[in-house]
Design a protein around this ligand. Structure first.
Ligand code: SIN
Length: 328
């Protein structure tokens, strides 16, 4: 029997990073080529065939439309290719949450799509990149990984794109899931799933757009006034996500300015700057009166991705936007 073939799409990040010294802190993301990474992992003698396809060699803070469009196109082609069993994306960890969620919302389930990164560059002492990549290969080649949508593999843990976020700046176990925690634990020699394949029978929630609109995240802070809201409208933002205090709160002057934005046709989503938890409707802020949308379980980064896709699909009415954030 021939070996399973996995497409590996490389974008850069710390997993392809090179440090000035093995013990120092500074490094450059995306320095190591995908071919070199694949040659290293092949040295482990894994029984899969890896097909490398470089997309970019950048830190994920610079990821945007161009790379997303290329990734989406490659995955659609891989889904249609009977020779390819699954897809791995090597990616920086800073915006892994956003890329994973965007792809998850716009791809049918089926073949596994596994994103993987590293917290330490490849040549740093205690680097986690090769182990994470070996784990990602294990997940992407597992028949039980089918129909789970896009997943992120970090620190021996598998998360669904809809839950995952980066929650620490430098720890090896930097990723967390909310509302669900990990859906599997993985090592190079084991894989244990805890949750059923949650996307069986579903389809992509959105068509891949022609472009994405400008949507900003505004973080509320004590003493903030209405000027940042006015500035965002002044640069043509088509939607605003407020990363509010606590349950998505903000000073009255900010809420009033946001209500004006809504009246001008700019949808406003209230999420929270707090690390974890629900933002529900009409708790401290009267969403019905302000015509705001509550982000529910989504944090600011995911809220922005979902709002961009909604606006790109022509959905701006608060009720319809709320239904999408409710998961309907
Ligand atoms: C990046 O996101 O590209 C830098 C940080 C990382 O990969 O961990």
């Amino acid at each position: 029997m021939s070996a399973q073939k996995l497409l590996v799409l490389g974008t850069g990040g710390t997993i392809a990073g090179s440090a000035a010294t093995a013990t120092g802190q500074s490094y450059a993301a995306g320095e190591i080529s995908l071919d070199a990474m694949i040659a290293d992992i092949r040295g482990l003698g894994l029984t899969v065939e890896l097909v490398p396809k470089p997309i970019a060699r950048i830190g994920s803070q610079d990821i945007g439309w161009e790379q997303w469009d290329a990734l989406h196109g490659e995955i659609i082609a891989a889904q249609a290719d009977p020779d390819i069993a699954g897809v791995i994306i090597t990616h920086g960890t800073d915006t892994a949450e956003e890329t994973a969620f965007l792809l998850d919302l716009t791809l049918d389930p089926g073949k596994p799509v596994v994103m993987v990164g590293a917290m330490r560059p490849a040549d740093a002492v205690g680097s986690d990149g090769m182990r994470n990549l070996a784990n990602a290969i294990r997940v992407a080649s597992d028949p039980k990984a089918q129909d789970r949508g896009v997943m992120v593999v970090m620190g021996d843990t598998v998360f669904a794109a809809s839950d995952v976020r980066k929650a620490a700046t430098s720890n090896i176990d930097a990723f967390k899931g909310y509302p669900r925690g990990p859906i599997a634990r993985v090592t190079p020699s084991s894989l244990d799933w805890f949750a059923p394949a949650h996307r069986v029978g579903s389809t992509a929630r959105f068509q891949w757009p022609e472009a994405l609109p400008r949507v900003a995240i505004l973080t509320a802070g004590a003493g903030i006034d209405a000027m940042p809201v006015k500035a965002l409208l002044g640069i043509g933002c088509k939607g605003i996500v407020i990363a509010g205090m606590g349950q998505g709160n903000a000073p009255r002057v900010v809420l009033d300015a946001l209500a004006e934005a809504v009246r001008d046709g700019v949808p406003v989503v209230r999420s929270s700057r707090v690390d974890e938890g629900m933002v529900d409707r009409n708790v401290e802020v009267d969403d019905d009166a302000y015509v705001f949308v509550a982000a529910r379980a989504l944090g600011p980064a995911k809220s922005r991705i979902l709002l961009m896709l909604l606006i790109a699909s022509g959905v701006t009415d608060a009720k319809a936007v709320q239904a999408a954030f409710d998961g309907d």
